[in-house]
Design a protein around this ligand. Structure first.
Ligand code: ATP
Ligand code: MG
Ligand code: MG
Ligand code: MG
Length: 490
C-alpha cells in the first residue's frame, strides 16, 4: 500500500469516527518557542493547555514534522528521519484512555478490506504506566491482549509534560514485533533501541497538573478540569511495515532518491546490509539513506518558505543540503546532484503534497543555488583543509594524535566560509581531530572585538537570540523539542 493511501486511510478512519480533519500546519512552527513543528500536537497546544476553547471535541491530522535531534540517527537506525509525518488523533475533554486505545487497536488490526492497516494483533506490544489500571484492564480484558504483551513502567519512564508546570500524563506506547530475525525475544523493554520492536504509536493521556521541577523530577499537584488525548503514529514507520521494507528509507516516498543516488554514483545500495561490519559498503548505504532523508527535508522546508541562512531554521536547512551534497561527494559524485535528487524526491512526494508542483520552480531554484554556493566553498577550502590535515599528521609524527590547530580551523571559517562542523567532519574522515576549544576561543575573541566595536560606535545592537540559535543549530545533537518534555522520547 502506498504511503499516500496509508495517510488517506488514517484521515478517513478518524473522520468516520467523528473527528474534525485538520490540514497539516507549516514546518515553521506556529508555536513561537520552537523553531520547527516537531509533533502533531503543536497546532493544538492551546486546546490541550486549556488556554483557548477547542473548536471541536475531537480532531485528526497528518502533520509534517522536522526533528533535528534525530539527525545523527538518520540512516543508521531503521526509523528516524529529520522529516517525517506524524499521524495524530486528539480529544479535548471528549473520549479518554479507553477510546484512544480502542481506536488505535481497531485501525491497526482491522483487515485491509475493512479500511484498516491489517497488522497482526499478536505482534503488538504496549508499554503503560504501572498505576494505569484503566489502560491495563481495557487492554487485557476488553481487547484480550496477553498480559506479557502489556509492560508496565514507573511514571518517570512513561510520562509526558510540557517541561513546566501545567498538564502532564502518562503514555501508552504501541510497538510492533518484527520477529526473531531482528533481535532477541522478551518485548520492547529489553530491546528498546534495537530493530526488533518498532515503536509505532504513542498515545498521551493528559490528566494531571504537574508542579515545578527539572526533567522528569516533578510532583503531580492535581488533576486537569478537562483531560486530553494527544497521539502520534509515524506514517513512515507504518509504511515500512506495511510495504514489508527493512527501514523507512526504502518506502515509496523516499526510496526513489536512493535509486537516483545509486545510478549517479554507480555504487550499489544494499551491499552493506550486513551492518557496520560490512565496512565501506555499509557506509555507502548510510550515505545514500542520509542523502534521501536530507533531500526530502530540504524539499519540504523550502516548500514551507524556509531559506538557507546562517542562523536558526535557515542554518538547519543549509546544513541538511550541505550534508546531502557532501555525502554524494563521498559516494564519488562531483557533479551537481540536486537537479536529479530533488526532482526524484518531489515526484515521490507529490501524491501526498500536490502543492509541491506549484512551487517547484522556486523550490528548485533555491536548492540549486545553495548547492552551487556550497560547491564554491568546497573548492576554495578543501585544499587548505587537506594541507592543514597533512601538516597535523606530520607534526604528530608516529604518536597518532594528529590535531588541526584552532587557528587553522578559524582561518577556514573566517576566510573561506568553512563552518566548523564541516571542518570537524572532513578532518574526522581522515582520522584527524580539530582543536575545537581553540577555535571557539578565537570565535569568542572575534565576537568580543565586534561587540567592543559596536559599543565604540554606539550604533546598532546585537540580537543575542541569533547567536543562541546558531549555537543551538551548530550543536549537532541540538534539541529543538523546546516545548515538550517527554519520557516517551526514550
Ligand atoms: P523514538 O523512540 O523511536 O525516537 P519517540 O518516542 O521519540 O520515537 P514520539 O515523540 O513518541 O517519538 O513521537 C510519536 C511517534 O512519531 C513515534 O511513535 C514514531 O512513530 C514517530 N516518530 C518520532 N520521531 C520520528 C522520526 N525522527 N522519524 C520518523 N518517525 C518518528
Ligand atoms: Mg514515543
Ligand atoms: Mg520512543
Ligand atoms: Mg525519539
Amino acid at each position: 500500500m502506498r504511503t499516500s493511501e496509508i495517510r488517506t486511510r488514517w484521515l478517513e478512519y478518524f473522520a468516520a469516527n467523528g473527528h474534525e480533519i485538520r490540514p497539516s500546519v507549516s514546518l515553521v512552527s506556529p508555536e513561537p518557542s520552537i523553531l520547527f513543528t516537531v509533533a502533531g500536537m503543536v497546532p493544538f497546544i492551546p486546546y490541550i493547555l486549556g488556554t483557548e476553547p477547542a473548536p471541536w471535541p475531537r480532531a485528526a491530522s497528518v502533520q509534517k514534522c522536522i526533528r533535528t535531534n534525530d539527525i545523527d540517527n538518520v540512516g543508521k537506525t531503521t526509523r528516524h528521519g529529520t522529516f517525517f509525518q506524524m499521524n495524530g488523533n486528539f480529544s479535548f475533554g471528549d473520549y479518554f484512555k479507553e477510546g484512544a486505545i480502542g481506536y488505535a487497536w481497531e485501525l491497526l488490526t482491522s483487515s485491509l478490506s475493512d479500511g484498516g492497516y491489517g497488522l497482526d494483533g499478536d505482534r503488538l506490544w504496549m508499554t503503560i504506566w504501572e498505576e494505569d489500571r484503566v489502560s491495563w484492564d481495557y487492554l487485557t480484558r476488553e481487547i484480550g491482549v496477553p498480559a506479557e504483551h502489556v509492560q508496565t513502567l514507573p511514571f518517570k519512564d512513561i510520562s509526558w509534560s510540557t517541561g513546566q508546570p501545567g498538564p502532564a500524563g502518562s503514555c501508552c506506547e504501541i510497538h510492533y514485533d518484527r520477529g526473531s530475525a531482528y533481535g532477541p525475544d522478551g518485548g520492547p523493554l529489553v530491546d528498546l533501541q534495537g530493530d526488533r520492536f518498532l515503536e509505532i504509536w504513542n498515545l498521551v493521556f493528559d490528566e494531571f497538573l504537574r508542579g515545578e521541577g527539572e526533567g522528569h523530577d516533578f510532583e503531580l499537584v492535581g488533576r486537569l478540569d478537562k483531560t486530553a488525548i494527544d497521539t502520534g503514529a509515524g506514517l513512515e514507520r507504518l509504511a515500512f511495515l506495511m510495504q514489508d521494507k527493512p527501514n523507512m528509507y526504502e518506502i515509496d516516498e523516499v526510496y526513489p532518491v536512493i535509486a537516483a543516488a545509486q545510478s549517479m554514483s554507480g555504487r550499489s545500495y544494499g551491499a552493506g546490509a550486513a551492518g557496520p561490519e560490512a565496512g565501506e559498503a555499509y557506509l555507502d548505504d548510510v550515505r545514500m539513506r542520509v542523502v534521501a532523508d536530507h533531500v526530502r527535508s530540504a524539499l519540504m522546508l523550502i516548500g514551507d518558505g524556509v531559506r538557507p541562512g546562517n542562523d536558526g531554521r535557515g542554518y538547519v536547512l543549509r546544513r541538511l543540503i550541505r550534508r546531502a551534497v557532501r555525502s554524494m561527494r563521498l559516494l564519488g559524485v562531483q557533479d551537481p546532484a540536486l537537479p536529479v535528487l530533488l526532482t526524484a524526491s518531489k515526484d515521490a512526494m507529490k501524491a501526498s503534497y500536490p502543492e509541491l508542483e506549484a512551487s517547484w520552480h522556486t523550490i528548485s531554484e533555491v536548492a540549486y543555488a545553495e548547492e552551487e554556493a556550497f560547491r564554491r566553498t568546497l573548492e576554495a577550502g578543501t585544499t587548505i583543509l587537506d594541507t592543514a590535515v597533512a601538516q597535523a599528521r606530520s607534526a604528530a609524527g608516529g604518536t597518532g594524535r594528529a590535531v588541526v590547530p584552532g587557528d587553522r580551523a578559524f582561518a577556514l571559517h573566517d576566510t573561506y566560509g568553512f563552518p566548523i562542523d564541516l571542518t570537524l567532519e572532513m578532518a574526522a574522515e581522515q582520522g584527524v581531530a580539530v582543536d575545537e576549544e581553540g577555535f571557539r576561543s578565537l570565535m569568542e575573541a572575534q565576537k568580543e572585538r565586534a561587540r567592543a566595536d559596536a559599543r565604540a560606535k554606539k550604533a546598532g545592537h546585537t540580537d543575542v537570540r541569533v547567536f543562541q540559535d546558531v549555537e543551538k543549530a551548530m550543536g549537532g545533537g541540538s534539541q529543538f523539542l523546546g516545548y515538550t518534555e517527554s519520557a516517551c522520547e526514550a
